[in-house]
Write a protein that binds this ligand. Structure first.
Ligand SMILES: COc1ccc2nc(C(=O)O)sc2c1
Length: 242
């Protein structure tokens, strides 16, 4: 997967040299390049923002540098990338969207700052590539950079070979629309607290069922919205196989 990121704070992405994302870059699974938006400015002050039409607080990111950046990174002769624009006005970022993005050959992230990017940048880009405004949640950050770090981590871990144990993807939270069951390791008793006996029984059918029940209970208690969204048929089927 190729990933381009455009930001006025490229140094925000230093963490992408670390850990499993760093390994994915080193072995070519992830070909990631971070670009400074100011590379596409031409004035002495390298200006990227201006006051909003219609008045109001703050500044808006100018269209010209963004237009040149997207032209350079998504040239018409190449297959267009999918443009992701983190925004408080975006669609919710979910595990389902992470899987969708993990199947894309080329992602292009545009990191807004200030009050956001001039809307015409997104409108013009949408005439030649898929554009998705995406939000991490119902809160507001200083800019898109942190959101890109989160999205990139969620997507990269889904790429083949990145996770040492791909089986982890099967049982983790949101893998089947449920929250994961509680996890335990040694010692069997710690500060007077015991590991549930079923997990030490060696009965894999019982253990799977117990985990399923725990996942359902937790999801019902903490995220009833996820439970309501599940297809009841799939729950029955899963219960049988568990
Ligand atoms: C100006 O760019 C921004 C500002 C806030 C913000 N908040 C996000 C979020 O996902 O909460 S993405 C994002 C982008």
């Amino acid at each position: 997967m190729r990933v381009d990121i455009v930001s006025i704070f490229p140094e925000y992405f230093a963490p992408l040299d670390l850990s499993l994302i760093g390994k994915a870059r080193a072995n070519g699974t992830l070909r990631l390049v971070v670009h400074d938006l100011r590379s596409w400015t031409h004035d002495v002050h390298r200006t990227v923002d201006d006051t909003p039409y219609g008045g109001g607080p703050g500044m808006v990111m100018r269209p010209e540098p963004w237009g040149e950046a997207l032209d350079a990174l998504a040239p018409p002769e190449l297959t267009p990338p999918r443009l992701l624009v983190p925004s408080p006005a975006g669609v919710p970022f979910t595990q389902a969207l992470a899987y969708e993005l993990a199947a894309e050959p080329h992602l292009l992230f545009a990191c807004g700052r200030y009050e956001g990017i001039d809307q015409r940048v997104l409108d013009h880009a949408a005439t030649r590539m898929p554009v998705t405004e995406v939000s991490l949640g119902d809160y507001v950050l200083f800019g898109g950079e942190v959101a890109v770090l989160v999205i990139l981590e969620a997507v990269t871990r889904l790429l083949p070979g990145v996770l040492g144990n791909a089986g982890s993807l099967e049982e983790e939270s949101h893998a089947h629309g449920l929250l994961e069951a509680p996890m335990y390791t040694k010692p069997a008793t710690w500060r007077g607290l015991d590991v549930p006996d079923v997990l030490r029984s060696g009965d894999h059918g019982r253990i799977a069922r117990w985990r399923r029940d725990q996942a359902l209970t937790r999801t019902g208690q903490r995220r009833p919205d996820l439970l309501a969204a599940l297809d009841p048929q799939s729950l029955d089927k899963r219960d049988v196989t568990a």
